[in-house]
Structures are given as structure tokens and as C-alpha cells.
Ligand binder design. Structure first.
Ligand code: HEM
Length: 148
């Protein structure tokens, strides 16, 4: 109950500009693991730099998609299992793209970084714990896409 309220409250504070916040997340992700950049290719074209990727319309659509998945998880805190099949399929798509399941840990770190950066002092240790759990549940469902 209390953890869910913390998640909802923190997510509501960020709801005004999802792409902006998503860009903070992905800038951090490319800082932590620049090797993820080549996985983003649109029309077989590779980006020359993270900056170029972070400003491409197709990539901004992906940022929007990621924020929508997190939004769906926040909206279904009471019933995460109903997202399991969707998330498993989403995992499969990422597996096919060549994403390593380990990279989702780096995404998780980048998510926490974004929350801390964008919420500032409002981001409490309890919130961090609640988000770590929620993100863990999302990844657990997506991981099934890598299982034989
Ligand atoms: C699709 C890469 C993490 C949600 C895609 C696509 C690529 C990609 C290349 C296909 C092109 C596109 O739609 O833009 C990656 C990489 C990631 C990552 C390299 C991190 C290592 C995530 C995460 C989420 C997510 C964490 C959500 C929790 C989506 C969605 C789609 C997508 C919803 C569209 C799937 C569809 O077309 O049905 N991703 N992604 N991605 N990604 Fe990611």
C-alpha cells in the first residue's frame, strides 16, 4: 500500500514531460554502456554518436514507448500479472533485436538515476526501494523472452 502510493506520487510528478525524462534515462544509459548505441538502427542506419541518436525522431518514439510501458506498470500496480504476457512478448522482441538480458540492469540503474535527478530531494530511500521492486517485476516478466 505505502510503496504503491510512493510510486504513484513520484510518477505523477514526472508525468508532464515523459520524453524529457526518458531522455535523461537514455543519456545516462549510453554513458554507462555506449555499446548499446548500435542496437538502435532505423532503416539499417547506425548513429554516429549518442547525441545523434538522442535527437532522432524514431529514437524519440522509442523513448515514448519505454515511458508508456513504465506508465502501464504504474497503472497496474494492483494487477501486474495482467501485463505478464505483453512483457514476455516485449522481451522476445528485444532478444531478437540483439539486446542482452544483462543490459536491463543498466537500464534499471539509469531509471533510478533519472528519478533521482528529476525528483531531487523528493526522491526518498523508500521510493528507491519501491521503484527497484517494480522495475524488478517488469524485468522478471521480460526475461522470459530470453528463456528457451
Ligand atoms: C522496441 C531497443 C529497452 C520498450 C525496440 C526497438 C529497438 C529497441 C531497436 C525496435 C525499434 C523501435 O521500436 O524503436 C532497445 C534497447 C533497450 C531497450 C537497446 C535497452 C537496452 C526497452 C525497455 C522498454 C522498451 C526497458 C520498456 C520497459 C519497447 C517497446 C518497443 C520497443 C514498447 C516497441 C515494440 C513493438 O513494436 O511492439 N526497442 N529497447 N525497450 N522497445 Fe525497446
Amino acid at each position: 500500500g505505502a510503496q504503491r502510493a510512493l510510486i504513484r506520487e513520484s510518477w505523477r510528478r514526472l508525468s508532464g514531460s515523459p520524453v524529457q525524462h526518458g531522455l535523461v534515462l537514455f543519456s545516462r544509459l549510453f554513458d554507462l554502456d555506449p555499446d548499446l548505441l548500435p542496437l538502435f538502427q532505423y532503416n539499417c542506419k547506425q548513429f554516429a554518436s549518442p547525441q545523434e541518436c538522442l535527437s532522432a525522431p524514431e529514437f524519440l518514439d522509442h523513448v515514448r514507448k519505454v515511458m508508456l510501458v513504465i506508465d502501464a506498470a504504474v497503472s497496474h500496480l494492483e494487477n501486474l500479472p495482467c501485463l505478464e504476457e505483453y512483457l514476455c512478448n516485449l522481451g522476445k522482441k528485444h532478444q531478437a533485436i540483439g539486446v542482452k538480458v544483462e543490459s536491463f540492469s543498466t537500464v534499471g540503474e539509469s531509471l533510478l538515476y533519472m528519478l533521482e535527478k528529476c525528483l531531487g530531494a523528493a526522491f526518498s530511500p523508500d521510493m528507491r526501494e519501491a521503484w527497484t521492486k517494480l522495475y524488478g517485476a517488469v524485468v522478471k516478466a521480460m526475461r522470459r523472452g530470453w528463456e528457451p
